[in-house]
Design a protein around this ligand. Structure first.
Ligand code: FAD
Length: 398
């Protein structure tokens, strides 16, 4: 039987992350939300120190998800400033060789703060990731990248900070379709890679979201992740594309964990406010005897718990080397929906207090929504789930 009761080590990890969230993130969350694009340098240094001590290590496992829930309970935007290999690292893990893992990530924890971004989305390519137009052309011992990537989380930090990196998805052969899709590691500061603009956003405003341009950007040949060969594949063999999908299987539950943290922040706030008003939730009372408010709170709790269990299961499966494509998409679809519903309901229940900027409820409603958009929208994750459950191929169910 799977038991998700935290182990003593996990309880310790939760406690440390919670303290950091309470002391370092919550108090300044509103400030950085209002000063969009201001760099929280001092906080970044502290976060980096903690990461290096291993107390804020954020891998792709159950313990990381438990930490992330606490940190995003503190502030989701600032959580996204924590330096580390991030999505770029996940892509390297999913598609890179052993030598590449060592070369690109072996020293990631040393020296100053660094970031690993992943650039997939383009102006004409989002949910349908196989439609990428960015090209990678081989020229001797180098690849030459050309294209525009938008909405790159950590785009600026990863492109401009020493020893950071951006993993870019590009096609080496458009005619090969998905098989021609490959990922490439572009070290920060590589000539030809430049940050065009920073996005102004609804939520997670402390997080840097950039447009990154690749203009005849040259990188060494062996910076291509995985096999450089484009085999003439049939429709079912889409290796490069599978690398992208494997990345999502690893990162979707992590985004789900972020959603859970924001959702719980709103839930905790409402429950505390009701307690202060002397309102008790009568658990165990027959449904027809409950007040509308009690039903609302129970529904919020059910969303939170269901999303959390799905998320932990998806990550647990990954740690057991079990395929988790279905579970990871289910977790992400549920958690994105859960945080949207919980935070909206929290604003509704608290009325003007929920809408006011005096409290953080309105911010959580804005911050939470991104979890239903990036790393595959809610609709796309429902689609993946439906395909898996019904055993339909990508072409049969679009
Ligand atoms: C703050 C932020 C950070 C981001 N960070 C990154 C990042 O680090 N790296 C990166 O590569 N990208 C990143 N993205 C991009 C994000 O992953 C995409 O925005 C997302 O995948 C949706 O793609 P799109 O914007 O092209 O929307 P579209 O694909 O155009 O979707 C628009 C709407 O149509 C729906 N839709 C599309 N296709 C279908 C379908 N087949 N069936 C049903 N509904 C469908 C979608 O669900 C959505 O509601 C980020 C985006 C944001 C906002």
């Amino acid at each position: 039987m799977i038991d998700f009761e935290p182990t003593p080590e996990q309880k310790k990890a939760i406690k440390v992350a919670r303290e950091f969230a309470e002391e370092q993130l919550r108090p300044v969350g509103r400030y950085y939300d209002e000063q969009e694009h201001e760099n929280p340098q001092e906080l970044i240094e502290k976060m980096w120190e903690k990461r290096q001590e291993d107390t804020l290590a954020l891998g792709l496992d159950v313990t990381a998800a438990l930490r992330i829930e606490e940190l995003c309970w503190g502030d989701a935007g600032l959580f996204l400033c924590i330096p580390g290999p991030g999505l770029g690292g996940a892509a390297i893990f999913a598609s890179g060789t052993k030598e590449q893992l060592t070369r690109f990530l072996g020293h990631f924890n040393e020296g100053g703060p660094k970031w690993g971004a992943m650039a997939m989305t383009e102006p004409a390519c989002g949910s349908d990731t196989s439609a990428i137009a960015t090209t990678a052309v081989r020229d001797g011992d180098e690849w030459v990248l050309n294209g525009e990537k938008i909405f790159v989380t950590w785009g600026k930090r990863a492109a401009e900070n020493d020893e950071s990196l951006v993993v870019v998805w590009a096609t080496v052969d458009k005619s090969a379709g998905r098989a021609g899709m490959k990922s490439f590691v572009v070290p920060a500061g590589t000539p030809g890679m430049r940050v065009e603009k920073l996005e102004k956003k609804l939520g997670i405003r402390a997080s840097d979201t950039a447009t990154v341009i690749f203009d005849n950007c040259r990188i060494p040949f062996d910076n291509i992740l995985g096999n450089p060969e484009v085999k003439k594949l049939d429709k079912s063999q889409t290796k490069g594309f599978k690398g992208a999908m494997a990345t999502f299987d690893a990162t979707r539950p992590i985004v789900a964990a972020m959603a859970i943290g924001v959702g719980r922040a709103a839930l905790d706030f409402v429950e505390e406010a009701l307690k202060n008003e002397g309102i008790k939730i009568r658990y165990g009372t027959p449904r027809q005897k409950l007040t509308a408010l009690e039903r609302d709170v129970m529904e919020m709790e059910a969303h939170y718990k269901a999303a959390k269990l799905l998320t932990l299961r998806a990550l647990w499966m990954m740690s057991q080397f079990q395929p988790n494509n279905l579970e990871s998409s289910m977790a992400k679809a549920k958690a994105g929906l859960a945080v949207t519903k919980i935070t909206q309901k929290a604003v509704e229940i608290m009325g003007p207090l929920g809408y006011s900027r005096k409290h953080l409820l309105e911010k959580w409603m804005r911050d939470g929504k991104i979890n239903d958009i990036f790393e595959g929208t809610g609709q796309i994750n429902m689609l993946v789930t439906a395909r898996r459950v019904l055993n339909y191929s990508r072409d049969q169910l679009k």
